[in-house]
Design a binder for this molecule. Structure first.
Ligand code: SF4
Length: 375
């Protein structure tokens, strides 16, 4: 099967107060140079691969919507011809005024970083945009007929769970787009400005209540939770991200990007400046790699599948050690976490037994997932 392609775009309008990603908010003078460099890295890596045919392409960051249509076209033209899904991450303040320009360069899906529709929460997060801009961006995507997803962060500053649930309900109650919602509990990275304000950290009980309510609300609106933080209507899953959870192959380019090809995981230099330097000096920017043993591959594959609606082969879990109500069994012998089980996924993953499933059995299991809901 053809691999996916991930392209990292390390630029943001400003740095959010909780973010420790590899991104720049003060080097827009480097944008043109970055486009030259990423095109060169794509050319080198696709030459090594022996082809430039990808089934999915994902522009992530950072804020890829800061690139102009001409820059996007330069990057994408060599790699999108055979891609079924091409996603761009966008923030409301930098979404194209007419999002149909994305379609013209081969992009057919937008992942919009809404995060909240409350100005108070957006300010606490240090986000650049405000609620009105997010609403405007959602309206523009709808008018352009783009397939899109919206990201939310819950638990900010104690959170306003009831209000956020109303916002999500307002978004999905009309049917149509967005057909996909991602919802993440706030994670405050050490060393970020927000980490100095523990009074604004999420309240764990409130976050649990919110997640349970969100799952019910989205379920009523026709969304399936197909991965712990991701909900989609039929045909609207992120095919690219599903590939990660099913251990599919992907090539990653750009600073900090990871690749997974032929059982080898490799990663690029994290710092954007050093990534550019490495590319010009040696034509590639790998910082390291590891070849996974079969046992590591099976354990990782099971842990990832456990996060999803595919679940794991029941034989791979010590079911007797798991309290009732945290998982269900399907007729074809899979154990799938319930919503309560998803809340304690990490603890349940400790009960996985990689010896109980052979690599071939795991691959067969993952293939069941690929026939599930592909857009
Ligand atoms: S927009 Fe995203 S990547 Fe950029 S600073 Fe904010 S959280 Fe980090």
């Amino acid at each position: 099967m053809r691999p996916g392609l991930y392209i990292h775009v390390p630029f943001c309008t400003s740095r959010c107060d909780y973010c420790a990603f590899a991104t720049w908010s003060d080097r827009f003078d480097f944008l043109d140079e970055y486009v030259d460099a990423i095109c060169a890295e794509i050319a080198t890596r696709t030459r090594e691969l022996g082809h430039s045919s990808f089934s999915t392409v994902y522009l992530g960051g950072g804020t890829p919507s800061l690139l102009s249509p001409a820059q996007l076209e330069r990057i994408l033209a060599p790699v999108v011809a055979e891609a079924g899904e091409v996603t761009i991450e966008a923030n409301p303040e930098s979404l194209a005024a007419d999002p149909s320009v994305y379609r013209e360069v081969g992009i057919n899906r937008v992942s919009l970083g809404v995060q909240s529709l409350s100005d108070r929460e957006l300010a606490l997060l240090g986000r650049h945009h405000r609620a009105a801009e997010a609403e405007q961006a959602i309206a523009l995507l709808g008018q352009a007929g783009m397939r899109f997803s919206t990201d939310f962060i819950f638990g900010v500053g104690g959170g306003e769970p009831a209000r956020m649930l109303e916002e999500v309900e307002g978004l999905v109650s009309k049917g149509g787009q967005p057909g996909h919602i991602s919802a993440y509990g706030l994670i405050v990275e050490p060393g970020t400005p927000l980490s100095e304000h523990p009074e604004l950290f999420p309240d764990e009980d409130a976050a649990v209540d919110f997640y349970l309510s969100l799952d019910r609300l989205l379920g009523r609106a026709g969304f399936e939770c197909y991965e712990i933080s991701n909900f989609a209507r039929t045909g609207q899953r992120s095919v690219h991200n599903w590939r990660y959870w099913m251990q599919g192959e992907y090539l990653g380019v750009g600073p900090s990007a990871h690749s997974f090809l032929s059982g080898v995981r490799s990663w690029n230099v994290r710092d954007s400046y050093r990534w550019g330097k490495a590319l010009s000096a040696r034509g590639e920017a790998a910082a390291g790699s590891e070849t996974l043993t079969e046992s590591q591959l099976v354990f990782e594959g099971l842990s990832l599948a456990l996060r999803t609606s595919l679940g794991v082969p029941a034989a791979a879990l010590d079911l007797e050690a798991i309290p009732d109500g945290l998982y269900g069994l399907t007729e074809d012998g899979r154990a799938v976490l319930t919503v309560e089980g998803r809340l304690v996924h990490s603890a349940i993953a400790l009960l996985l037994d990689e010896e109980a499933v052979s690599p071939d059995e795991l691959r067969h299991h993952q293939a069941l997932g690929s026939t599930a809901d592909a857009a």
